[in-house]
Design a protein around this ligand. Structure first.
Ligand code: 2RA
Length: 349
């Protein structure tokens, strides 16, 4: 029997990408129910070429559902994923509500698909987009060389802050575009952009060393997610991780520089070949011909893109890399869909 799927948060930025992904991928689902807040109930959305009416979130909508995906804020997931699980659905949650719960697996199918069945609460978590934009490639390198240490800088896109982030960056770009005097006097860009939206500083013509909320000792929540989620997904509770998360004026696709240290010596060419052969990874690494991934060139695609692969000059056990991943696809909707498909196979054999 084909399992029944519920998409909770179907009208949001990630939910919208999810409907496209469900329409493109091999169809493993019977009925697909679309769920959103009462405000969006009654709207008709297209999935798999069919119009489906959005239902308001309520306990009964989970009756008969086998897998329920949640693309909603943390507090909504916190309340509703357990309700879906209590009604018999496996909840696949893309919020931060359960990621570090010991009884909830944090799954990236290319890295730890075996963890999917380890779900005593009936909930499986999807990692944060920043972790997801690098972890498939790092998982492949870890299997070969044994990861010991990660130093990461992120270059995060505006859409990580949702539709409001996208709209704010477009509005700011429109406001600064025509004035060719901007960018040479402190504060002139800030004065020109007006509304900052979800960002703590202007994002147009700027970079902002901040994403998420303030945690202990000056770390941001986003930086702690990179550290804690990488440890959990890779099964390396003592992995040393230092991350600095930065927002850049890109609409969609997060980029990262990674300095990764391994237990054994590494070779750049061997790493390139290994990554090129890894499912979900695409290598674009020919700097002599100007070839490396950039967010503008890979947005809308599924793989984790890797370029600028170099062995560290001062440490034969370390690699330096540049990675890009679409934060709304692999960073959110696609990975959730892949987890749900692993669960779906339990129904279809
Ligand atoms: C961001 N990672 O980019 C966050 C979204 N979950 O803001």
């Amino acid at each position: 029997r084909l399992p029944t799927l519920a998409v909770v948060g179907a009208t949001g930025a990630v939910g919208t990408v999810m409907l496209g992904i469900l329409s493109e991928r091999e169809n493993v689902w019977g009925e697909i129910r679309l769920i959103a807040s009462a405000r969006s109930a009654g709207r008709k959305l297209t999935v798999r070429g069919e119009e489906v009416e959005v239902q308001a979130l309520a306990p009964e909508v989970f009756d008969g559902v086998d897998v329920a995906m949640f693309d909603v804020p943390d507090e909504v997931s916190k309340e509703w994923a357990p309700i879906a699980a209590a009604r018999g659905a496996v909840a696949v949650d893309n919020s931060g509500a359960f990621r570090m719960d010991d009884d909830v697996p944090l799954v990236v199918p290319e890295v730890n698909a075996d963890q999917v069945r380890n779900r005593p609460r009936g909930i499986i978590s999807n990692p944060n987009c920043t972790t997801l934009s690098m972890i498939v490639a790092l998982g492949a390198l870890h299997r070969a060389y044994g990861l010991t240490n990660l130093v990461v800088s992120s270059y995060q896109a505006a859409s990580g802050a949702g539709q409001e982030g996208i709209d704010t960056l477009h509005d700011q770009i429109a406001k600064v575009a025509a004035d060719r005097t901007l960018g040479s006097t402190a504060g002139d860009v800030r004065a020109a952009v007006g509304e900052l939206g979800p960002f703590p500083a202007p994002l147009a013509m700027n970079v902002v060393p901040w994403a998420g909320s303030l945690k202990d000792d000056g770390w941001s929540s986003e930086e702690l997610k990179v550290r804690n989620e990488s440890r959990k997904i890779l099964g390396l509770p003592d992995l040393k991780v230092s991350a600095t998360c930065v927002r850049v004026p890109v609409i969609t696709t997060h980029s990262l520089t990674v300095h990764a240290t391994f237990a054994s010596e590494v070779d750049a060419e061997a790493a390139r070949e290994l990554l090129a052969a890894s499912p979900g990874v695409e290598v674009q690494d020919d700097p002599a011909n100007g070839e490396y991934p950039t967010p503008a060139d890979v947005v809308g695609t599924d793989p984790t893109w890797v370029g600028r692969i170099r062995r560290s000059i001062d440490d034969p056990n370390s690699l330096d890399l540049f990675l890009c991943g679409d934060n709304l696809r692999k960073g959110a909707a696609l990975n959730t869909a892949q987890i749900a498909e692993v669960v779906a196979r339990e129904f279809t054999g």
